[in-house]
Design a protein around this ligand. Structure first.
Ligand SMILES: [Mg+2]
Length: 286
């Protein structure tokens, strides 16, 4: 998986970041331009998503987005290297993260918390080997309930990372219970190390709560302009608290005639950190 020195790694969320499946309109030239950028020989693409591999395949077919070089799926709990149409799971990552649950699986964790108010188990297809996922009400008493879940796990020696996002489109909350060692950020960092890239040549992009760890850490990141005001404010204050405000770019729109939503926000942010990428795609008409 080794890469050349000038290789650029783009790590992007899918739903409502690269995929225009939100309520805002998409600039017509954005995805074609992203496709041309992705095809450049110096560029590697990683999708970093809550989706599992089969649902990523569906998105590729439905939206005509590029087949990636890597997939970080299931909210950072699975990693694949994609070569010649073959999705190769990186088992080393799963072994590394699964220890946090003390050898227990999602069903065992569910049994510890299932009576907590507002938790509705997601469909079996949305559960993973290291991912236990629930729907919650949109106006769920998040802080109190998460503390309750935390306490139950602690009492059972389980170290979990609780990631809550709002699906504004569906009007519901999404709670992912992951091993403590797993997040979109830690998975991206593992990938960078394995591929042998420098973090300086990496840019991450996202739009919602489960992207915040990845967007407010030490890696160059862009928040697309269709993110809600709450997410924008949370991202800004988390990055500020970590002293990493210069690693977070908030897309504004008005860049090469595009609105800053979805793929156009990604392109705007990548060009902010790595202006050399402009010549990879700016010949494509707006
Ligand atoms: Mg998203």
């Amino acid at each position: 998986m080794s890469a050349a020195e000038d290789t650029i790694l783009i790590c992007t969320d899918l739903d409502r970041t690269l995929l225009p499946n939100g309520s805002q309109p998409e600039s017509a030239s954005a995805r074609p331009r992203f496709g041309v950028l992705a095809a450049h020989p110096d560029v590697r693409i990683a999708y970093v998503t809550g989706r599992h591999q089969a649902l990523v395949d569906e998105a590729i077919a439905e939206y005509g987005i590029p087949v990636p070089d890597y997939l970080i799926g299931d909210v950072g709990t699975s990693i694949y290297h994609v070569q010649d149409g073959d999705w190769q799971p990186q088992r080393g990552w799963q072994e590394e993260i699964s220890a946090s649950w003390g050898g227990r699986d999602g069903a065992a964790l569910h049994a510890l918390i299932e009576d907590i108010d507002g938790l509705l188990l997601q469909e079996p297809a949305k559960q993973g080997p290291c991912k236990l996922s629930y729907y919650t009400p949109q106006d769920w008493e998040r802080d109190a309930r998460l503390a309750e879940i935390e306490a139950r796990f602690e009492a059972n020696d389980i170290a979990a990372n609780l990631v809550w996002s709002l699906d504004e489109h569906a009007g519901s909350g999404l709670l992912d219970v992951l091993p403590a060692a797993a997040s979109k950020l830690t998975a991206v960092q593992w990938l960078i190390e394995r591929v042998g890239l420098s973090a300086d040549h990496t840019v991450c992009s996202g739009d919602s709560g489960n992207d915040l760890a990845m967007l407010t850490g030490p890696i160059n990141a862009v928040l697309v302009a269709n993110a809600t005001a709450d997410v924008r404010a949370d991202a800004a204050s988390l990055a500020d608290a970590a002293g990493l405000s210069d690693r977070l770019y908030q897309a504004k729109g008005g860049f090469h005639g595009m609105n800053g939503y979805y793929a156009s926000g990604i392109l705007e942010g990548i060009a902010h950190y790595l202006p050399q990428t402009l010549e990879f795609w700016s010949h494509i008409d707006g």
